[in-house]
Ligand binder design. Structure first.
Ligand code: ATR
Length: 270
């Protein structure tokens, strides 16, 4: 029987994961089935148990269930532990294992696909929600010189700094105290999805700065437009991160790392 995989979320209709994994499977010659599963908000755990009980091999987990998945698993990969969220599930000898490939996906897209250096750089992360927490375990080992976390609610940024304090030079700040210049700025807020932009000072970017928005859309995001208007050498959205996190999940499940460039190109609107 064909090995079965799925992505669980709510909503899930717009998920590109089935398309991405279909392309990975085709490219690597693996026979898998991968479907979208819309799970009721109160029904996450039974849905996961039923999926694996019926022979399912692996799940991706997306909004709003990543934290619940973290709680549910029997064992967590080290990079998932501090992320506080799990986006990849597999069963190993009857036990549920959780991993988080989001941070690795972001770092690979930034450094491999876009050639941005992180080591020694002054990095600003905007936002302090679940998405940001999820990527810090992968970002901090890249040894940036300094990471500043800016958030509308400063207390949330401070909580993240406390959580990751042993991982590097980290500080928290509100938008009113934000002081550039930064070499790399990563927007991890959901503001852009509502067409909004956090209040950023005009002199935030260092010459040649890289700006990365973790969300993506058919059009450049408000943060990307801001970045281009304020001197960024590169302003990119999170489509590559989406494909890279999927590739990392595929690697965990299938033991092969698919090529991401053709998949990113295929998904990129003309
Ligand atoms: P996610 O899983 O996407 O991280 P979240 O945990 O709700 O979701 O976090 C959303 C993030 O986007 C937070 O950093 C939030 O700021 P607050 O912690 O102050 O709420 C940020 N955010 C959302 N809308 C925003 C806006 N219009 N301006 C600035 N920040 C915004």
């Amino acid at each position: 029987m064909t090995d079965r995989y799925a992505v669980m979320g709510n909503p899930i209709e717009h998920s590109k994961s089935p398309e991405i994994h279909r392309m990975f499977a085709e490219q690597t010659g693996q026979a898998i089935a991968y479907e979208r599963m819309r799970v009721p908000l109160e029904g996450f755990e039974p849905a996961v148990r039923a999926f694996f009980a019926s022979g399912g091999k692996g799940l991706n987990i997306t909004v709003p269930f990543k934290e619940q998945a973290w709680v549910l698993v029997d064992r967590r990969a080290p990079r998932a532990e501090r992320a506080g969220a799990v986006n990849t599930l597999l069963a190993e000898a009857g036990r549920l294992v959780g991993d988080n490939t989001d941070g690795t996906g972001l770092v690979r897209d930034l450094t491999v696909n876009h050639g941005a250096a992180l080591q020694g750089r002054r990095v600003l992360v905007i936002g302090a929600g679940g998405a940001v927490r999820g990527v810090l375990p992968a970002l901090l080992p890249e040894a940036p010189g300094e990471v500043v976390i800016a958030n509308r609610t400063v207390a949330r940024a401070e909580a993240l700094v406390e959580l990751f304090a042993d991982q590097g030079r980290l500080s928290a700040v509100g938008f009113d105290r934000l002081q550039g210049p930064f070499d790399v700025v990563i927007n991890g807020t959901s503001a852009g999805l509502a067409g909004e932009l956090p209040p950023l000072p005009d002199d935030l970017l260092a010459p040649g700065a890289t700006c990365y928005d973790m969300v993506y859309g058919d059009q450049p995001t408000p943060f990307m437009r801001w970045a281009r208007a304020h001197g960024a050498a590169m302003a990119v959205d999170g489509l590559g991160m989406l494909v890279e996190q999927a590739a990392e999940s595929f690697l965990i499940w299938r033991g092969v790392r698919p090529e991401t460039a053709p998949v990113i190109a295929a998904l990129r609107p003309e």
